[in-house]
Write a protein that binds this ligand. Structure first.
Ligand code: 5GP
Ligand code: MN
Length: 329
C-alpha cells in the first residue's frame, strides 16, 4: 500500500491535496503536514493544498507561508490545477458533497487516481485508501503514512506542528476519542522532532477574537437549554446574534462541546442559522451514536460521538425537531 502511494506520488507531476468545506484543525493540520512532506521528498512535483472556503482566523498561525489555498478566492486558477492534476489526495472527509462548489472542478478530472486518507466511517471506494475509523484524527493517519515511507527523521518542526494541530483538535486537546498508546508514542516523536506543545496550545486556545469570547459567554448564559432528565442540552444561534457578535467563519467551533461540561449531560446539540440551512452539530458521550441520529434526521453523518448535518426549515422548526430527538433518547 505504502509502495503504491510512493509510486503514485513519484509519477505525478501535479498533486492536488484537498480537504473539506469549513476546514477544521484536523483538515488544515493533516493537509499541511502532507503537503510539506510531499514537497520535501518530491521537490520536482508540484504539490498544492486546496480547501473550498476560508479556514478560521484562530488557525491563521498554522499557515505562516500561505500554503493553504482557498478555492473560493481564486476559482479559475484552482479549477485549472484541479482539472489537470494527475493525483488527487483527499484528506479528512469522504463525501464530495462536503466540497460544495469545489466538487465541480473535481468532477472535470476523470483521469487522476484518487487517494483517501480519512477516519470518517463508511468511506466510498477510492483507488488507494488509508482509512481507519478507529483513528482519533486524520493527522494520525498522515503521520503513520509519513513514517512508513520515510521514517521519523523526515519530520521537521513545521510538519510536527501541523500533525499535532490535527491530533489535538480532533481529540479536544487529547480529552476524548481513541487516545491510544500509539498516539502518545507519536506525540513523543513529534516533540523529539521539534514540536513545542506549549507554543501550539497557546496559539490554538488563546488567539480568539474578543467578539468570539463574548459570544460564547452570551450563548452559555442566555441560550443553553438543559433537559436534565434526558441528560441533554442544546444551544441555538441565529443570524441576528451572529451579526451582533460580528460572527466570522470558525467562531462556532467548539460551541457544541460546551453543554457537555455540565455534570450529567451526555448529549449536546448546536443549531446555527446559515444562508442555506440550519447547520446541526451533535456530540455525545459514551455509547449514544449521534452519527446514526444525523443520518436519520439531519441529512448528515460523522462519527459516533461527533456528527453533523443540515435541517431545512426555520430555527423554530429545527428546535422542535431536536427536542423530539431528545425526547426519544
Ligand atoms: P461539526 O459538528 O464539528 O460540524 O462536525 C462534526 C463531524 O460531523 C465532522 O467531523 C463530520 O464528520 C461530520 N459532519 C458535520 N457536518 C456534516 C454534514 O453536513 N454531513 C456529513 N455527512 N457529515 C457531517
Ligand atoms: Mn478529522
Amino acid at each position: 500500500m505504502y509502495e503504491k502511494f510512493q509510486t503514485l506520488c513519484s509519477n505525478a507531476s501535479r498533486i492536488a491535496i484537498i480537504s473539506h468545506t469549513n476546514p477544521d484543525g484536523d483538515a488544515i493540520g493533516s493537509g499541511l503536514a502532507l503537503t510539506r512532506f510531499l514537497r520535501d521528498i518530491y521537490p520536482n512535483n508540484k504539490s498544492r493544498f486546496f480547501v473550498p472556503n476560508h479556514f478560521p482566523q484562530f488557525l491563521a498561525w498554522a499557515d505562516p507561508e500561505g500554503d493553504v489555498e482557498v478555492f473560493k478566492e481564486n476559482v479559475a486558477e484552482a479549477e485549472a490545477f484541479l482539472a489537470a492534476a494527475d493525483l488527487i489526495i483527499i484528506v479528512d472527509f469522504n463525501q464530495t458533497s462536503r466540497l460544495e462548489q469545489m466538487s465541480k472542478a473535481l468532477d472535470m478530472n476523470l483521469f487522476a487516481p484518487r487517494v483517501l486518507i480519512d477516519h470518517h466511517i463508511n468511506p466510498p471506494q477510492y483507488d488507494l485508501m488509508f482509512h481507519s475509523a478507529a483513528s482519533s484524527s486524520t493527522a494520525f493517519l498522515v503521520y503513520e503514512l509519513i513514517v512508513s515511507i520515510a521514517g521519523e527523521e523526515v519530520i521537521n518542526k513545521s510538519i510536527a506542528e501541523a500533525l499535532y494541530l490535527g491530533m489535538m483538535s480532533d481529540t479536544g486537546g487529547f480529552s476524548f476519542g481513541n487516545l491510544t498508546p500509539a498516539l502518545y508514542r507519536t506525540l513523543a516523536v513529534l516533540v523529539e522532532r521539534g514540536l513545542n506543545p506549549v507554543e501550539i496550545n497557546r496559539a490554538f486556545y488563546n488567539t480568539q477574537s474578543e467578539d468570539r469570547v463574548r459570544l460564547m459567554g452570551y450563548l452559555v448564559s442566555e441560550k443553553m437549554v438543559v433537559k436534565s432528565a434526558k441528560r441533554a442540552a442544546y444551544i441555538t444561534l441565529d443570524d441576528a446574534e451572529k451579526e451582533k457578535y460580528k460572527f466570522q467563519i470558525g467562531d462556532s467551533e467548539g460551541i457544541v462541546n460546551i453543554p457537555l461540561s455540565v455534570n450529567g449531560i451526555d448529549f449536546s446539540a448546536f443549531m446555527m442559522q446559515t444562508k442555506e440551512c440550519i447547520k446541526i452539530s451533535l456530540r455525545s458521550v459514551g455509547d449514544l451514536d449521534v452519527n446514526v441520529i444525523c443520518n436519520e434526521h439531519f441529512n448528515g453523518g460523522g462519527h459516533r460521538n461527533a456528527a453533523g448535518g443540515k435541517f431545512f426549515g426555520t430555527m423554530e422548526q429545527a428546535v422542535v425537531k431536536v427536542e423530539a430527538v431528545i425526547a426519544g433518547l
